[in-house]
Design a protein around this ligand. Structure first.
Ligand SMILES: Cc1cc2nc3c(=O)[nH]c(=O)nc-3n(C[C@H](O)[C@H](O)[C@H](O)COP(=O)(O)OP(=O)(O)OC[C@H]3O[C@@H](n4cnc5c(N)ncnc54)[C@H](O)[C@@H]3O)c2cc1C
Length: 537
């Protein structure tokens, strides 16, 4: 839908198409509000497609004494596991115990017991070294005393955003990507009355009206609404990840450890057919309008950690398929070490404009409720938040027609697409019902998503609607011919547009997702060394 075809007056305008904006849109529609969402790039283009994909309480927050944040997060984890199976899935983790490590068996046991108590279910166990080596055959054996096994959950973050948006749109919302809010309009008393929006590609502009505007722009939030507290500002912190092929780093469950250089918690875990490792946590000095990317020191720091704990695999950066980096919207009162900054969210109100920022992907519903509660006085009086409603519309339990797909594949499809999964598979060519090698994605997902999910560019399809740009070597370069063939009827692109899209996508991939090549034998020995390398890079 173009801007000039879109109605002008709304009960609620939401700025930002990440998890926070998408969660608010879903709750707003449930409240019976007429709501519209604007996203300056693609849906989930910001941090919400670049997280570590964990739906979790965060064990480290227990160590920091943030029990309330952990409790709320594990409650949300349990809720999402129940309500979005196939999209949010349980994931087992091993926490090793080495003879000389800083947090030994006793402290880990206390932390995990508290973690379970907050979730209301016991799901950790201690095992001796033999069992841990059976679970992780390539783990460093020297000094291994045993380890804990516990459960958290993982998600395809971009698909979570898109499912919330798709369901909201199916219930009457409008969500427009590639539309940037350039200004908030105000009346003579300073009360917000609407927003000025520009289509970032056609440059068409239009003013929309509403007495309630929610700014859910994450790390960009202060551009539209400067912090009302002089001592509290957004501090953009970058976190980067490496993606390995499962052949090079075979893992059946997650593995969490303290990085030998600085004792920071790092995780390596299977995801969508590949293995992801992350994350770093550093001040991001770059321009926020440019996509973040991993630096050489970050890549070196991560590969050093993987080599230390899996010495027999001889891992190098050549075993990585891709990289991705995201910016945490973290509220900071000063210069604490990045990993010690709070992950709590804030809500600010200024005469019709409500800003919500910070927080975690896991707690998106809480952010949505808090923002809508704060916006209540600007909304129609009869609208009420419904905290008991299920997150997603009830989906089918079984496929309408048996297409020969496994129960696991259907679970994955229902988790991602809800009831639309049946339509997607019914429309598919038989030969497209197989998965793309190295991933869990079916070929059939591509033409359906290309047709139905507001694709403007090839990167929207390959990096966020599906994730094969991160999961297949070279961003899936070798697959582009087939992708072009099967999506040709879904996208109204002529040959020259296809050529341009492919070229732009590959350039973008090389720039932001390629693996920097550095000698992994160069060991980083300390945080100080890591930071000096980072400054010099
Ligand atoms: C490395 C890393 C790992 C993480 N891992 C986890 C994890 O495992 N689990 C977890 O729960 N959380 C995790 N988080 C935190 C979580 O990812 C973020 O808190 C969350 O994604 C923030 O979502 P958001 O919608 O607020 O921001 P974003 O996703 O950044 O969305 C904001 C959107 O607003 C848009 N925008 C900005 N300005 C405008 C404008 N003027 N007009 C229109 N649109 C605009 C942007 O383009 C962007 O898409 C992680 C974060 C990072 C960085």
């Amino acid at each position: 839908m173009r801007l000039n075809e879109t109605p002008t007056v709304w009960d609620l305008i939401i700025i930002g198409g990440g998890i926070t904006g998408a969660g608010i849109l879903r709750e707003a529609i449930r409240m019976g509000l007429k709501a519209i969402l604007f996203e300056q790039k693609d849906f989930a283009w910001g941090t919400s497609s670049r997280s570590s994909k964990m739906v979790h309480g965060g064990l480290r927050y227990i160590r920091e004494g943030r029990l309330l944040l952990t409790k709320k997060s594990v409650e949300e984890r349990e809720h999402l596991l129940r309500q979005a199976p196939g999209l949010v899935n349980p994931l087992g983790f091993v926490l090793p115990v080495y003879a000389d490590q800083k947090f030994g068996k006793r402290s880990l046991k206390i932390g995990l017991s508290l973690y379970d108590a907050l979730a209301g279910k016991r799901q950790h166990a201690y095992h001796g070294p033999d069992k841990i080596m059976e679970m992780l055959p390539h783990i460093k054996q020297e000094g291994l005393a045993g380890g804990f096994h516990f459960f958290d959950a993982q998600v395809d973050d971009a698909r979570l955003v898109l499912r919330l948006i798709d369901e909201s749109v199916a219930c009457g919302a409008i969500a427009l990507n590639y539309t940037s809010v350039t200004d908030i309009t105000r009346n003579a008393q300073g009360t917000a009355t609407g927003v000025v929006v520009q289509d970032t590609e056609t440059k068409e502009t239009k003013t929309f009206q509403s007495s309630a505007i929610i700014n859910a722009t994450g790390s960009w939030a202060e551009k539209l609404h400067p912090s009302p507290k002089p001592h509290l500002h957004l501090r953009p912190l970058r976190g980067s990840h490496l993606v390995f092929s499962a052949d090079a780093l075979p893992l059946k469950q997650g593995f969490s450890f303290m990085h030998p250089a600085d004792n920071r918690g790092i995780s390596i875990f299977p995801w969508e057919g590949a293995v992801v490792m992350g994350t770093t946590d550093l001040d991001h000095e770059g321009d926020l309008s440019i996509e973040p990317r991993i630096t050489k020191p970050e890549a070196l720091y991560l590969i050093n950690g993987a080599r230390f704990f899996f010495p027999s695999l001889n891992l190098t950066l050549k075993h990585c398929i891709s990289t991705f980096a995201g910016i945490r919207p973290v509220l900071s009162e000063g210069k604490r070490p990045p990993s010690k900054e709070s992950r709590e969210h804030v809500v600010w109100r200024d005469r019709g404009l409500v800003t919500v920022t910070g927080g975690k992907l896991t707690t998106f519903r809480r952010l949505a409720w808090d923002a809508l509660k704060c916006a209540r006085r600007y909304l129609p009086p009869e609208s009420n938040i419904n905290r008991k409603a299920p997150i997603f519309a009830a989906g089918p339990l079984e496929p309408e027609i048996d297409h020969g797909l496994s129960a696991e594949t259907w679970r994955r499809l229902y988790g991602r697409y809800g009831a639309a999964a049946d339509t997607m598979i019914a429309a598919a060519e038989k030969q497209d019902l197989s998965s793309i090698p190295g991933t869990h994605t079916l070929w059939a997902e591509l033409p359906y998503l290309a047709r139905h999910e507001n694709i403007r560019h090839l990167g929207d399809l390959l990096l966020r609607r599906v994730r094969i740009g991160l999961l297949v070597p070279q961003g899936g370069k070798a697959l582009l011919h087939r992708i072009r063939n099967i999506c040709n009827n879904s996208l109204a692109w002529d040959d020259s547009r296809w050529d341009l899209e492919i070229q732009t996508y590959l350039d973008q991939w090389r720039h932001f997702h390629a693996v920097p090549q550095v000698d992994p034998e160069t060991m980083i020995q300390s945080t100080h060394e890591f930071q000096s390398l980072e400054k010099a890079s």
